[in-house]
Design a protein around this ligand. Structure first.
Ligand SMILES: Cc1cc2nc3c(=O)[nH]c(=O)nc-3n(C[C@H](O)[C@H](O)[C@H](O)COP(=O)(O)OP(=O)(O)OC[C@H]3O[C@@H](n4cnc5c(N)ncnc54)[C@H](O)[C@@H]3O)c2cc1C
Length: 511
């Protein structure tokens, strides 16, 4: 009762508007959760801003508005609903694309999509904790326990294999490097988890965010420090906290005036899904070869399927896409078996790659025992696609009543398979900060609540971005003193001198 009385008193809570009060009165929550303490900093900022907002006088009020229904935005919606302290929050998620095909995803057993992510153990743990993993079909997930990585010029190789390193542990989860899951499968599981929440977020798909601005002061309310989102439907949403999970070109980041720095790599990532020859005699491993034009990786999928991620120049990607399916398959097999000079030559052929590769392979010596992926026999129709690669890092992750997560905050080269993993790491950290703020009676949009999130995530993400970027540069050299030096480094890691290999593997498992 005290809660209701307090909320009814406009004087005590000057920033609680009529609309907000009507909404809050219907929320079965403790008063502390809703206490609205606008900080001094926020008040000064608000006073400086005098927006002649076109927003209608009564936008619908939400605690959290998430812009972006990609995997990171959906993970946030699922996690907020699953965490006890945040499960009562009124959440809206806005996504420009149609989510119906993802919701109704019904895969064929002999087909895997071309967009696949490797989820590291800490990500899978979070997905289990939030009840998402039980909606993921395990027959379409491929865990892998080992990784072969080698220098395309010198052949120096590092083998990441938990089983060999630890002598084989019996607890399976301890030895898994990552799980390969189709992106659409993960998003489908996330939507299922969201549908099963007690308090469901409002999902608005096929709806774009057209405009974001701060609200205005009217006779009834003062929304000058609340972001108000105008949707393509004309509807307006006022957000106590606005989340940008809206990808690399984040409109939320632009609204907040946060710079995002970095560069384009002049490289595209070519993806495709293949059938491979029977490899049941071999363990399911991931293979990555560093060529000077960029790394090429084959990643395992269930059964006799595998996925390609080949980062190379846009011209070479255009060539790979233009080839007949059998020539493309020969080209990818060659990328793991022939010298860089051979591969470069093959990129000039418009046809006849199969015969050329067969002849060149017959005179090429394989490593013994073979540490190369099983041979690809067929590319699945319609799975060849490519994506431009870039590195970007936002100057900060939080602003007034807003926070950035996932690719909106940081975009990384996919060679280490960490982009989504670090986005989900952001979600975990942000939900923790919000829950902590709520427990202390803080406003969820205040800097006091959001600061721990930024403090926890910014530096680790920055270090990861820097490390992957340096790797990209280091392996771009075809010759010169750096080639033997990097090979020496690889040799040191491979022998686990100073426990370096163990360190790298354990770091990679907890983005
Ligand atoms: C080839 C390749 C391979 C990769 N492999 C891996 C891997 O193995 N492991 C890994 O961890 N990561 C990997 N990544 C990275 C991973 O795909 C991304 O980090 C991840 O998809 C980012 O998710 P997100 O939800 O932050 O952004 P996005 O997936 O970009 O989603 C943003 C969403 O916001 C929506 N949106 C944008 N603007 C608006 C608007 N105005 N209104 C409404 N909605 C809007 C978009 O429609 C989109 O759905 C890979 C990336 C590439 C390119």
């Amino acid at each position: 009762m005290a809660t209701l009385t307090a909320l009814n008193s406009k004087n005590e809570y000057p920033n609680v508007t009529t609309t907000m009060r009507q909404y809050l009165l219907h929320q079965p929550v403790k008063r502390s959760v809703w206490t609205f303490r606008t900080s001094k900093i926020a008040r000064i900022a608000t006073a400086r801003r005098s927006f002649a907002s076109e927003a209608s006088s009564s936008p619908e009020v939400y605690d959290v508005v998430v812009v972006g229904g990609g995997p990171v935005g959906l993970t946030l919606a699922a996690s907020l609903g699953a965490a006890r302290t945040t499960s009562h929050l009124k959440v809206a998620l806005v996504e420009g694309m149609d989510l119906a095909p993802t919701r109704n995803w019904s895969p064929k057993s002999d087909y895997f999509a071309n967009r696949i992510v490797s989820l590291i153990p800490s990500t899978v743990r979070l997905l289990k904790e939030t009840g998402v993993w039980k909606h993921i079909r395990q027959d379409r997930v491929q865990p892998y326990e080992g990784m072969q990585v080698w220098d395309g010029m010198s052949g120096a190789r590092v083998e990441f294999d938990w089983n060999k390193l630890w002598g084989g542990k019996d607890a399976q989860t301890d030895t898994i490097i990552a799980h390969m899951v189709e992106n659409v499968h993960l998003s489908h599981g996330l939507l299922k988890a969201i549908e099963s929440l007690a308090v469901k977020p409002t999902i608005m798909d096929k709806t774009k965010v057209d405009r974001i601005e701060y609200g205005q002061m009217t006779e009834q309310s003062d929304m000058r420090d609340w972001p108000v989102v105008t949707l393509s439907t004309g509807q307006q949403l006022a957000a106590r906290l606005l989340i940008g999970a809206d990808g690399g070109n984040s409109p939320v980041r632009a609204f907040a005036g946060i710079e995002s720095r970095g560069w384009d790599y002049a490289r595209h990532s070519m993806v495709a899904t293949f059938k491979i020859e029977d490899d049941s005699a071999f363990p399911k491993f991931a293979y990555q070869r560093f060529l000077p034009s960029g790394p090429v990786a084959i990643l395992p999928l269930p059964g006799n399927f595998a996925n390609l991620a080949w980062s190379t120049t846009p011209e070479k990607v255009a060539h790979l896409k233009s080839l007949a399916p059998e020539d493309f398959v020969a080209m990818v097999n060659a990328a793991f078996r022939l010298s860089y000079t051979d591969i470069d030559y093959l990129h000039n052929l418009k046809s006849g790659v199969v015969d050329e590769v067969e002849w060149r392979e017959s005179v090429t010596k394989y490593p013994d025992p073979p540490q190369i992926p099983a041979r690809i026999v067929e590319v699945l129709e319609g799975t060849r696609a490519s994506f431009p690669l870039k590195m970007r890092h936002a100057d900060k992750y939080i602003g007034e009543r807003m926070a950035l997560i996932g690719d909106a905050a940081h975009t990384i080269h996919p060679m280490a398979g960490q982009g989504l993993n670090s986005g989900i790491g952001d979600v975990y950290s942000l939900v923790k900060s919000l829950a902590e703020g709520i427990r202390h009676g803080q406003d969820i949009g205040s800097p006091f609540t959001l600061e721990p999130y930024q403090a926890e995530r910014y530096l680790p993400n920055n270090a990861l971005l820097g490390f992957v970027d340096k790797l990209h540069t280091l392996y771009g050299f075809e010759s010169g003193p750096l080639v033997p030096l990097r090979s020496l480094g690889v040799e040191i890691i491979n022998r686990d001198w100073f426990g370096l290999k163990r360190f790298l593997m354990s770091q990679a498992a907890k983005s």
